[in-house]
Design a protein around this ligand. Structure first.
Ligand SMILES: [Zn+2]
Length: 266
């Protein structure tokens, strides 16, 4: 992928997160991988030579132009600085185009998961609520089966921008849990306690789609829990769901995964 294309994808994703209500202000961040060996299967041995187009820190997304998006290597060193070439013509002070403070998180995920073509971090509301409650988001909708394939765990709080956060997220992304034996699909999402959501995808559209559907599933799980605590369950509405947060039963999820993996629509 050309730098220009990766930079444009970063901007479109930032605006997309805003439009979908997954972030407010300049929160959230996005990275897009520029593979050195584009035609080869993703492989950790070669991933070290890839580059990232990374959203810059603290610039309102509507101001972003492709030149503002910095390109960094997998050690986080700047390969191409972002520059605010539009400042003069707009008659304002130029923005500093340093990479987002969450660069260590993006680098950690990209290094741990060679299959990740893009990483998205949102501060979406219901994912944050589930994180504070310490509740994983269950597979409770059809898009969760199709795009996410497994529950989304919560990573205990770490300081934003820290190496510790990156390490905790990659541990969770590559981890498994005994109650998720119905799939071997690699994780594509984790929730950060008090701090939103991290997703990855084969490309930026995939990572954004996962972020959108995990947020929807978190919202549904939250309202199901609320309804349950209001005793609606007594009338049998929730007795079908099997748990407070309303997960689809594992055996049914497994069956739907087989259908989805065979290429049929659900
Ligand atoms: Zn954040």
């Amino acid at each position: 992928m050309e730098y220009e294309e990766a930079r444009k994808q970063v901007i479109e994703a930032c605006l997309g997160m805003q439009k979908k209500g997954l972030i407010r202000g300049t929160s959230g961040n996005v990275s897009v991988r520029i593979r050195k060996y584009e035609d080869a299967e993703p492989d950790p041995r070669w991933a070290e030579e890839d580059l990232l187009a990374m959203s810059p820190t603290s610039i309102p997304y509507e101001y972003l132009t492709p030149e503002m998006i910095p390109i960094v290597d997998m050690q986080g060193r700047t390969v191409h600085e972002g520059t605010d070439t539009a400042a003069d013509e707009k008659g304002r002070e130029p923005f500093s185009c340093r990479p987002s403070s969450e660069l260590p998180l993006h680098l950690a995920v990209m290094r741990a998961r060679a299959d990740a073509g893009a990483v998205v971090h949102t501060h979406s509301k219901f994912a944050t609520i589930m994180g504070i409650l310490g509740q994983k988001v269950p597979v409770n909708t059809i898009p969760m089966v199709y795009y996410v394939k497994r529950p989304v765990p919560v990573v205990p709080f770490e300081i934003p921008g820290s190496e510790e956060l990156g390490a905790a997220v990659t541990r969770a992304l590559n981890g498994s849990s005994l109650d998720e034996k119905f799939t071997a699909a690699p994780r594509k999402a984790v929730i950060l306690e008090h701090h939103g959501l991290v997703t990855l995808g084969k490309d930026i559209d995939d990572a954004l789609t996962v972020a959108e559907y995990v947020e929807e599933a978190a919202e549904i799980a939250y309202y199901v829990s609320l309804a349950d605590s209001a005793d609606y369950g007594r009338h049998g509405l929730l007795s079908l769901t099997g748990s407070v947060s309303g997960s689809i039963p594992d055996a049914k999820v497994k069956k739907m995964l087989e259908i989805a993996d065979s290429g049929r629509a659900l």
